[in-house]
Design a binder for this molecule. Structure first.
Ligand SMILES: *[C@@H]1O[C@H](CO)[C@@H](O)[C@H](O)[C@H]1NC(C)=O
Ligand SMILES: *[C@@H]1O[C@H](CO)[C@@H](O)[C@H](O)[C@H]1NC(C)=O
Ligand SMILES: *[C@@H]1O[C@H](CO)[C@@H](O)[C@H](O)[C@H]1NC(C)=O
Ligand SMILES: *[C@@H]1O[C@H](CO)[C@@H](O)[C@H](O)[C@H]1NC(C)=O
Ligand SMILES: *[C@@H]1O[C@H](CO)[C@@H](O)[C@H](O)[C@H]1NC(C)=O
Length: 329
């Protein structure tokens, strides 16, 4: 008899089970952590939009203060980051206004960080872009940058700094009436580019040619319309598992991670809660790279700087951007 009662309870608890998460580091108030990349050594590089455009290196094993490894004084904000060849990273910076979301024309830049050091160099000023946001690697010499306002993807030659628009697709566009950003995160697995569009609340994919141009138009994989959010802000960036089977999309206004099985498009919430500061307005995610943390998704947050979190009726806003470790296995 007892087992009949226990089985439904067991199933119910499995369905609602969240992965355990723990805080790695919380920055001071006024810090908006925007994106991250993991070095092969296991340390995590995080970019900041506020209080200034910087890249910090964090050892997830240590509670010591993160080290500033780059600061872009000619820009207001640092955003997407990607690795091309071992320990060579590229970072987007620009002059986005966190009050209005407008980006100063001509302010989108791409920087190279080469470790050891790192040595920091300006690679390109992408004058024709409107609002560069997420970044991903196409090949050892070429990166792709999401243009959140233009609804397009730019390919940047990291050797010459030359750039060209390679994709423009209806699923990347932002309706003019929308206040939130459009195209946001980008990641490639195989020859498929996955991306999030915040305004359209869509996670989608598009198959690419070797030069980054699409072979056909984009198709929807999943949506965040069923995820409760405190305002209209939905998907931000996302992380892919190493096998390229699963995406972990962060929902900024929902303070949660939505897991998406790429083959089926099925979704489930695996970390966070609308009314919890565990993931206070998450911005992106990336898996660990050492044997001990290969199943850990590191998640950056803005510290609820845009959207307050209500926990037990108490309002939390600008608690300081976080780096959180979510144990998926
Ligand atoms: C953290 O500790 C684990 C276990 O000792 C180790 O495998 C990993 O390389 C360490 N990471 C860093 C960044 O030192
Ligand atoms: C971006 O902001 C920086 C820092 O305030 C300023 O020096 C620079 O001129 C601005 N660039 C543009 C293109 O507006
Ligand atoms: C990138 O620029 C370098 C240097 O100008 C050039 O040799 C290379 O062919 C370019 N790559 C592509 C894919 O255009
Ligand atoms: C940049 O914009 C200018 C002016 O509209 C245009 O002439 C040029 O071809 C564009 N370049 C690229 C690489 O898109
Ligand atoms: C949960 O969050 C929603 C949206 O911010 C808010 O309206 C509600 O009061 C919160 N509930 C609790 C118990 O704090």
């Amino acid at each position: 008899m007892q087992s009949f009662l226990l089985i439904p309870l067991f199933i119910a608890s499995l369905c609602s089970a969240l992965y355990p998460s723990s805080l790695v580091y919380q920055f001071p108030k006024g810090t908006w952590v925007e994106n991250l990349a993991v070095r092969s050594s296991g340390t995590v590089l995080v970019t900041t939009i506020l209080p200034n455009a910087a890249v910090y290196e964090i050892n997830p094993n240590s509670s010591t203060t993160p080290k500033v490894v780059a600061q872009f004084s000619s820009s207001l904000a640092a955003l997407g980051i990607t690795e091309t060849t071992p320990d060579t990273f590229y970072v987007v910076s620009n002059n986005v206004s966190t009050a209005t979301g407008a980006v100063a024309p001509g302010s989108n830049k791409i920087w190279r960080l080469s470790f050891p050091g790192p040595k920091v160099a300006l690679v390109s000023t992408v004058t024709n872009a409107s609002f560069l946001n997420g970044l991903t690697t196409l090949n050892s010499q070429t990166i792709l940058a999401a243009d959140a306002t233009a609804g397009a993807v730019w390919a940047i030659n990291t050797t010459s700094g030359a750039y060209k628009k390679v994709i423009s697709d209806p699923l990347m566009s932002k309706p003019a009436s929308e206040k939130v950003v459009g195209l946001n995160g980008l990641k490639i697995t195989g020859s498929t580019l996955y991306f999030t569009n915040t305004a359209q609340k869509v996670f989608a994919k598009i198959p690419l040619n070797a030069d980054g141009t699409p072979t056909t138009s984009a198709t929807k994989v999943a949506s965040s319309t069923n995820v409760p959010v405190a305002n209209t802000e939905s998907y931000d960036d996302f992380g892919l598992d190493k096998a390229g089977n699963t995406a972990y999309c962060v929902v900024g206004g929902g303070n949660v991670i939505q897991k998406v099985v790429l083959a089926s498009g099925s979704t489930s919430i695996v970390a966070g809660n609308l009314n919890s500061t565990d993931l206070a307005e998450p911005t992106s995610g990336q898996f660990g790279r050492t044997t001990s943390d290969a199943g850990t998704l590191y998640v950056t947050t803005s510290g609820a700087i845009n959207i307050p979190v209500y926990k037990n009726g108490v309002k939390y806003q600008d608690i300081g951007g976080q780096l959180v470790a979510v144990k998926t296995s």
